[in-house]
Write a protein that binds this ligand. Structure first.
Ligand code: NAD
Length: 310
């Protein structure tokens, strides 16, 4: 890609910019934020790491949204993170206003870009961007499942002592307490995790995964997670930039898959140079289906609140 922009030069945005530059996933990374001078300062700071990390990627920042012009992809990390004790839905009202403003900037300055939504509640805000732009789902999608799956993989690595490299996990559904970790599809180099972890410990890991963000928030105290979230975003971008056709859980607008439409949900997707090129449908068993339905209902509840916020 030539240019990737990041809207919201906060913790997730800044960390994402550093990874994109270090990995040279594009020629130019642009940061936009409303905090006076901050995006320019962050961009300079990151660019000055170029000699150390030996990257050849320009990094620029501005308070002027026209910096988004000619972006191939825009990552949206603008918005309030939750505070300890809050759910992601608690920041909906504040973040909808921000996301609408940001969406209008993207439509005006980067009308051909893909949009990768990170701001929370990410499922509902991905839906919002999709509705406001009217763009196809291949170009508007969100990050949640890559992070949730990496959290689950980390917990399994800690539990078993195996390398995190060998662990594959899958988390579906909304990015909230109703998310659906699917142990049936979790393996250690192809061997089902149930071979290594007793049911009660696996259940504890599933529950810990659901609360993975809150755990970090409680420990960090004045910040929600941003290292792993930024790495998850960069993983999705790498799949797109390098046309890898990776199968990754993404927040996608459903168009009849899983029996749902007009809702954005975490489902396995193929990411390639065209963005989110397709949704992969899995045959869910009864329990998984019930959990998925509960998760859809929770996201729909938030989507239902959007009308009253207009
Ligand atoms: P942060 O407070 O560090 O950064 C947010 C940035 O957005 C700030 O710099 C702020 O100035 C900027 N901003 C606010 N309004 C703006 C506007 N109208 N235009 C441009 N920029 C604007 O927060 P953070 O920790 O980086 O988190 C950012 C968002 O990402 C939060 O909503 C958080 O909940 C979410 N998040 C999502 C995931 C995920 O997996 N989807 C993971 C972590 C964080």
């Amino acid at each position: 890609m030539n240019k990737i922009s990041i809207v919201g030069a906060g913790r997730v945005g800044e960390t994402t910019a550093q990874i994109l530059a270090e990995e040279e996933l594009c020629r130019e990374v642009a940061l936009y934020d409303v905090r006076e001078d901050v995006p320019a300062g962050i961009a300079l700071d990151i660019y000055q790491t170029a000699p150390f990390f030996e990257f050849d990627c320009r990094v620029i920042g501005s308070n002027d949204p026209s910096i988004l012009a000619e972006s191939d992809l825009v990552v949206v990390t603008a918005g309030f993170p939750r505070k300890p004790g809050m759910s992601r839905s608690d920041v909906l009202a504040a973040n909808v206003e921000i996301i609408d403003q940001v969406t209008d900037h993207i439509v005006e300055h980067a009308p051909d870009a893909m949009v990768l939504v990170v701001s929370n509640p990410v499922d509902t805000l991905t839906y919002r961007v999709s509705q406001r732009t009217g763009w196809p789902r291949s170009r508007v999608f969100g990050q949640a499942g890559v992070l949730d799956a990496s959290r689950m993989a980390a917990f399994i690595a800690q539990e078993t002592g195996f390398s995190a490299l060998d662990i594959t996990t899958l988390v579906l559904g909304g990015h909230g307490d109703t998310m659906v970790p699917v142990p049936r599809f979790c393996t250690i180099n192809g061997i089902p995790v149930s071979n290594f972890i007793p049911p009660d410990r696996l259940e504890a890991i599933i529950e810990r995964t659901r609360k993975g963000g809150a755990e970090i928030l409680a420990l960090r105290k004045n910040s929600s997670a941003y290292d792993a979230p930024a790495a998850a975003v960069a993983t999705m971008i790498d799949a797109i930039c390098n046309n890898r056709r990776r199968l990754l859980p993404c927040v996608a607008m459903l168009e009849g898959e899983y029996g749902e439409r007009d809702v954005a949900m975490g489902v396995p997707c193929i990411l390639d140079e065209g963005g989110l090129s397709s949704v992969v449908e899995l045959e869910l068993n009864e329990t998984e289906r019930a959990d998925f339905d509960r998760s859809v209902a929770a996201v729909r509840e938030d989507i239902g609140r959007l009308g009253s916020l207009d």
